[in-house]
Write a protein that binds this ligand. Structure first.
Ligand code: BTN
Length: 277
């Protein structure tokens, strides 16, 4: 995995299945901002910007930041051009999550085995709508934004080689290195990036010949069939539903069967806030 070559100041040689450039910056505010600039400059569909450090990384929920330690993790944004709104793939965030999950599994499978690595494949899940969980803790987050014109921006942050977390995140966050028990090389992050781009490309472009994305996702849904508390809409809306997480609908909505009810409810925005099992 030791084959990175810098081409010029910004571009790195990485296999990108979208057949578009991959740019690298050491420090940025957020790769989401740089990605918008690259799109405005006319760069092609599938262009990627990856950064070693973000000074103002953003989370999905308004006002939340995405914190990362320099050089240890992977933070990038890929933009996709969809001149026709109706061509934007359904459930984009979840399908990007599926690509990230498969890439992490593939990546972990290519690492030398060790004791903790053995059950790795069992403990990776997608927490609706945008978190990748490893052993019940978050190891990656996905942020999808649209510019209302023709671009969607998929920002992905993955804790790869970080072993220490700030106190407020210690019970909630983990990394691939922590969960596999393997020390990764700094450049292994780029190998993982290649895998994500490969899986993302096939997730969004290949015809669903065998299985729909919903079927493929089903086995990985965090807390499926378990009791949860869900907070609808904006953070701290206070509109909570207690019930059983029954699955994901056709458009990527979360399905919950509320306690004492016989009909499930669909939610498009909100957050699973408390795990009560
Ligand atoms: C979340 O879990 O709320 C989403 C986190 C998304 C983080 C990534 S890191 C790369 C890209 N740039 C950002 O500022 N955010 C996304």
């Amino acid at each position: 995995m030791n084959y990175r070559i810098r081409l010029d100041m910004n571009q790195i040689i990485i296999a990108n299945s979208f057949n578009a450039p991959v740019y690298y910056e050491e420090t940025v505010t957020s790769t989401m901002d740089i990605s918008r600039k690259l799109a405005e400059e006319g760069k092609p569909h599938g262009t990627v910007i990856v950064a070693d450090f973000q000074k103002a990384g953003r989370g999905r929920i308004r006002g939340r930041t995405w914190e990362m330690y320099k050089s240890l993790n992977l933070a990038f944004t890929i933009f996709l051009r969809y001149p026709l709104q109706e061509n934007i793939p359904a459930a984009l965030t979840l399908r990007a999550g599926l690509a990230v999950l498969n890439a992490i599994k593939d990546f972990a499978g290519s690492l030398p085995p060790n004791n903790e690595g053995q059950d790795f494949h069992e403990k990776i899940k997608i927490k609706w709508p945008n978190d990748i969980m490893l052993g019940g803790k978050k190891c990656a987050g996905i942020l999808c934004e649209a510019d209302g014109l023709s671009c969607v921006y998929i920002g992905i942050g993955i804790n790869v080689n970080q072993k220490e977390f700030p106190v407020h995140l210690r019970s909630k966050a983990t990394s691939i290195a922590v969960e596999t028990g393997i020390n990764l090389n700094k450049n292994d992050r780029f190998y993982l990036l290649e895998k994500i781009l490969t899986y993302l490309y096939s997730e969004l472009n290949e015809k669903e010949v065998f299985d729909s994305w919903r079927t493929r996702l089903d086995q990985y849904i965090y807390k499926k069939g378990e009791r949860v508390v869900f907070e609808e809409g904006a953070a701290d809306s206070g509109k909570k539903t207690n019930g059983c997480l029954s699955g994901i609908g056709n458009d990527g909505e979360l399905l919950i069967l509320p306690d004492g009810r016989t009909e499930q409810l669909s939610f498009f925005t909100g957050e699973l806030i408390i795990d009560i099992n």
